[in-house]
Design a protein around this ligand. Structure first.
Ligand code: PHE
Length: 471
């Protein structure tokens, strides 16, 4: 059939930037800095970095090698490796479907904030209740989501090389430059609060970097470990079929071992820079307690920080939201590309037609998620104790529930049934050595499955349940 005209990245740089584009997203910008501030600063960073190069590396290698060796997408890749494990392909494919429904909604919020700053109305965004009144309004969130989605769909429609690779090659270096500029600016800040205390960016830097071991217990340490692990997952875009799809576009001569190390490094470096940019800025104006988590960090706290900076805050706001928009676009593109590629496999349709259909279907789904803040508003208690609306529910099901479960099954499958040798052969097939090979084999067979099982039980609320039985 039409096997020979498979799309591909032109070379290793295109692949590295596109995959890093998928990995670098809102997770790096609004989750990593928050977790670092909450979980002991430098301590969290050290744990995170150690996990990226052992644990994240294992999952990334597995996904990309499966993709390149089978030359197909998650749905068919697992079946091609072993017919009995086809269900794992279906399960994996479910994750980008779920994430697609809400990621473009967040993309729409970012687009809206960029528009506000471009219009010079940054101070409006800093007002109390601005964010809530925006997301609960009926039309505006849908309009901005559609704008964001249209750009995403257009790039996927344009193809792997002419769309995704070309876009990533422009946007990723741009993102890096902008984040460095804001981080440097952030370190030079200074502010005198109502009590006459002066706080500086460099003090903020020490809050971020110096490990804080106050009140450390085994339980607390495990908590930090689990936080770092679930962050890692989401951040590297693993265990959701995305890296399998991108892996299937990598040419045989590319040195995978080296490219994957570059992706790990890129993603971690951007997360680190995001902390460097956000933590000192928030600290200077609002003290250590000013750090909020999730969307409210980006859409509520930071606009206040920008406002406190005076006129330059509007300029920084523009640069910041352009940068976040780049990060979100390249991530959303990778999700949509995975959907389009899988559906092209199922229905054998053309890329253009499939992109259009998926684009429209995603718009409908995302509009429903937008309505989760008005028409379909509810308050649901999740097993981890958080209160969720529709968007949080989708996020929880995909990230906290499905992803650890899929990783667990993938490790069992690759580590014990297919055997790690199958992956190692692919890693070495270009004639380059597979560095950290022994580490990989050990991790995939023993360490990762155990950790994943723990993470899964924790997210499902089973630990808390068992604990409450004994207390
Ligand atoms: N890795 C992205 C981030 O850190 C998020 C993402 C999740 C991207 C799923 C694609 C798919 O924000």
């Amino acid at each position: 059939m039409e096997t020979k005209k498979k799309s591909s990245f032109t070379g290793s740089l295109g692949f590295v930037l596109a995959a890093a584009g998928s990995a670098v997203g809102v997770g790096n910008i609004w989750r990593f800095p928050y977790l670092a501030a909450k979980d002991g600063g430098g301590l969290f960073i050290i744990i995170y970095v150690a996990l990226v190069f052992t644990f994240g590396f294992t999952l990334l290698v597995t996904d990309v090698a499966i993709g390149r060796r089978t030359k197909t997408n998650a749905l068919h890749a697992f079946a091609a490796m072993n017919r009995k494990w086809k269900f794992l392909g279906c399960l994996t494919f479910l994750v980008p479907i779920i994430i697609m429904t809400y990621y473009s909604v967040i993309g729409g919020w970012i687009t809206k904030y960029l528009a506000v700053y471009l219009a010079g109305h940054g101070t409006d965004a800093a007002q109390e209740g601005y964010f809530t009144s925006f997301i609960t309004s009926e039309v505006s969130p849908i309009v901005f989501m559609l704008l964001f989605l249209a750009v995403t769909a257009f790039i996927v429609y344009s193809g792997v090389e002419k769309g995704i690779e070309r876009f990533a090659k422009v946007v990723m270096p741009g993102l890096l430059i902008m984040i460095v500029i804001i981080a440097i600016y952030s370190l030079t800040l200074q502010f005198k609060d109502g009590n006459g205390n002066i706080r500086t960016g460099l003090q903020g830097l020490s809050v971020y970097l110096i490990p804080n071991l106050d009140g450390m217990t085994v339980k607390r340490f495990l908590e930090i470990l689990l936080d770092a692990m679930s962050q890692l997952f989401f951040s590297l875009s693993v265990s959701m079929g995305i890296m399998i799809t991108y892996g299937s576009y990598v040419k045989k001569e590319v040195n995978l071992s080296q490219s994957l190390a570059q992706i790990e490094f890129f993603d971690t470096f951007v997360a680190f820079l995001a902390g460097l940019m956000i933590i000192p800025a928030v600290y200077v104006f609002f003290g250590a307690e000013g750090m909020a988590s999730g969307p409210s960090l980006m859409f509520v706290s930071l606009p206040k920080v920008f406002e406190a900076m005076g006129w330059i805050g509007n300029v920084i706001g523009i640069v910041f939201f352009v940068m976040v928009l780049f990060a979100a676009l390249t991530s959303c593109i990778s999700i949509m590309e995975t959907l389009v590629a899988n559906f092209m496999d199922i229905f054998h349709g053309s890329r253009k037609k499939t992109s259009l259909i998926i684009g429209v279907a995603s718009a409908v789904a995302a509009a429903i998620i937008c309505m989760g803040y008005n028409v379909f508003y509810f308050e649901l208690s999740l097993p981890n104790g958080q209160t969720a609306q529709l968007l949080d529910l989708m996020d929880y099901v995909s990230n906290s529930f499905l992803m650890p479960f899929i990783s667990l099954l993938t490790c069992i499958f690759v580590g014990w049934i297919i055997k790690p040798k199958w992956i190692c052969e692919e890693m070495e097939s270009s004639g380059h050595p597979f560095r950290r090979k022994k580490l990989y084999i050990f991790m995939i067979r023993y360490v990762v499955p155990i950790m994943m099982a723990v993470l899964f039980l924790q997210s499902a609320g089973i630990f808390t349940m068992v604990q409450s039985l004994f207390v």
